[in-house]
Ligand binder design. Structure first.
Ligand code: GLN
Length: 211
């Protein structure tokens, strides 16, 4: 079973742990460096990105997360987590650091500051049709680089067509909170990304031993 951590500094940690466990992962909270080094993948949950970054800097986790993601650790960021994975952020405090790795420009609170939370259908590039999504002071992807696969766009309303789910290699990000609804396709996709990464690593090690 892949061990998948959920960064547990702030935000909706418990719901992600439950969703990952449902998909067959061993789900563990991550608050310390030693815990981070023991996982096969990491979820960066929703919450407040400015707060999460501050706490991550203080606990020394931000640099480690950055290095781990650069080295190929699979990561899934939801909402604030999407902001953390983005290489470029708009409407953030000028000094807001990120983990980065995802070649996208993300706009914070993009759906309008006055809009606290709303629900919308999302056209999803995964089997099973559109997804009913919950957005809470959510960001969207304003621009995605060439290597980024667009997985989901808003259908209807003022934000029609906006990019709200992406994947680039081992990195997955959504503007919305699939941990709050019963639709487990995004978590299933991420667990699959982690499994594949583990299998590739095992293959590479076997190759090294033979060579
Ligand atoms: N607006 C929050 C931020 O900028 C994200 C909201 C969320 O994660 N639900 O971090």
């Amino acid at each position: 079973r892949p061990v998948i951590g959920v960064l547990a500094l702030q935000g909706d940690v418990r719901e992600h742990l439950a969703a990952l466990a449902e998909q067959g992962a061993e789900a563990v909270p991550v608050r310390r460096a030693a815990e981070l080094s023991a996982v096969d993948g990491i979820v960066l949950p929703g919450g407040e990105s400015t707060t999460i970054v501050k706490l991550a800097v203080r606990s020394g986790l931000l640099d480690l997360l950055r290095a781990a993601v650069r080295a190929g650790l699979p990561a899934y960021g939801s909402c604030a987590g999407m902001i953390l994975l983005a290489d470029r952020i708009l409407d953030a405090p000028p000094d807001q650091e990120t983990v980065g790795g995802l070649d996208v420009t993300v706009r914070r609170n993009a759906f309008g500051r006055q809009v606290d939370s709303f629900e919308s259908e999302v056209e999803l590039g995964l089997e099973g049709g559109p997804l009913h999504a919950v957005f809470i002071r959510a960001p969207w992807v304003e621009e995605a680089g060439e290597g980024v696969e667009v997985l989901g766009r808003v259908v209807g309303g003022a934000a029609d067509g906006r990019i709200v789910a992406v994947r680039q290699g081992n990195l997955v990000a959504t503007s919305f909170h699939p941990e709050l609804t019963g639709d487990r396709r995004v978590h299933a996709l991420f667990v699959e990304v982690v499994r594949r990464h583990l299998a590739e690593q095992a293959g590479a090690e076997a190759g090294n031993e033979r060579g």
